[in-house]
Every structure is written in C-alpha cells, then in structure tokens.
Design a protein around this ligand. Sequence first.
Ligand code: MN
Length: 284
Amino acid sequence: MDVEKTHYRTLFLSDWHLGLSGIKSAELLAFLETHEAETIYLVGDIIDQWVLGRKWAWNEDCDNILRNLLQKTERGTKIVYIPGNHDDSFRSWANASINGISIQRQAVHITADGRRLWVIHGDEFDLFMRNTKFLCHLGHLGCQLLMKFNRPVAWFRRRLKMKPWSLAAAARRALQNSTKTYRQFSKTVTEEARRLGYDGVVCGHIHRAEFKLVDGIEYWNDGDWVESCTATSEAMDGTMATIHYAPPNTTIEWLRQRASVRYEGQESLGIPTITPALFSGASQ
Ligand SMILES: [Mn+2]
C-alpha cells in the first residue's frame, strides 16, 4: 500500500488530550503521517495533564505522535504550540522553544491572501470553566465544598445502583450540549477578535469543528481528536477548510504499523512517567 501525502500551507489542530483513555490517537497518528504543512499550530489541550495516576493512558501511538512532530520540525516545518487549559502548565514556558517547537501564549496568523487571524485555545472565553477553576483555586475550601456536595449525591446513586457521577463532568456535559453555549462562545470570541482588529479567530476548546462568519468576523474552530477527527487547514492560496478525517481502518492500521517500524528503537519521550509526577499539583 502506498499513501500519498497532502500538503498545506497551514494546519490548525487542537484538543488531542494525549494521556486520556479512549481518544482517537490511532487516527491522529495516521493523519500526521499523511499530512504536511509549512506551519502547524497546536491550539491547546495537546497533553492532558488533568489525567493523573492510574487513569493515565499513554500508549505507543502517543509517543509516535510526538516523534512525528519532532521529525516534522527537523524537516523544516514551523510548529507553534499554544497551550490550553488541560496543558496550562506549559503556559509559563511561553516564548520558549522545545526541540524546535515554539511555545506561545497566543499567535497571529497571516494567511496567504493577507487576512490576520488570531490563534487562541479559547478557554479564556468559557465563563463556566473560568468560574470552576476559580473555585478550585480557592484551594482547600472551594474543592472541599465541591466534594462535600458531591458525597450525598454519590450515596444516593450507589443505593440506586447507578454509575458514579461527577459534578464537574455533568456540568461540563450540560454545557457542551447547549447550543446556546456554543453560540455564546463563538460570539464572545469573535467580538474580542474584532475589538483587537483581527479579521478572524482560530480556536479549539469546545470540541466542535465549525466555520462561520459572526458579524463579518471569521470563526474557525478546529474541533478535537477525542471524539471527532477534525482540523482546520489553509491551502497555498489562503483558502481555508475544515477537514473531517475518516480513512478506512485498514489504512489507519497500515500507517500505525509503518510508524511503529520507523520509530522503533527510539527512546520513549519520557512523558508517560514524567507528566503525572510533574503535574500532580495541576488543578482539576
Ligand atoms: Mn480546553
């Protein structure tokens, strides 16, 4: 089997959540093995530092995904990494560069036809997230309160033989299901982009790939690799599009095997052991 590579001027990808179980890491590896770009923006939540301890699910695909990125930078691809809220400890490394990957708090991308796009993860505009984070940052008091509230609920659910329920997860689900919230998010982000003088914004965070014009401002959400396999692309002439990656399973398997052979013998990047220990203090 031979698989052709697709070349772009720019690729925007986010919300990989590497380390979380059940993500589309095989598809993502296959995608990276077959897609090249002059510039790649990693738009946040790339490594999930909120997954801790025994739940940490780092596999060979995750290692090969990072190896693929490093190989891309060696071959001249410019990679800009904009940390999100699940990998926010990298934010303190803004303006640093790790193995040719430049870390930025945010970026401005200029398309081939001269549009100025603001590139951000987007959690800054998610009011719900901001508030729960604030609660947890109150530290002891805030988090204990959340747990106390959760305990009676857990007791009832056990008695009813229901699955354990997480307050945070349920609140997030409620948030994600609400179209009003999506609208609110894109409205807030594009309003801010306009205020700052940009033609549009590229972001992630809400795990829903989408393009629309909001009062003349371009809103591009590059989606996620937890459930959907989506990215935002810019062709050489500046034309942008949303990619829904859906190759046959046999292709994915073949590309995984090929990557596995290619990267064989390379030492593990250490992330599986380092990350949980390193970020055990990260807020949940
Ligand atoms: Mn996020």
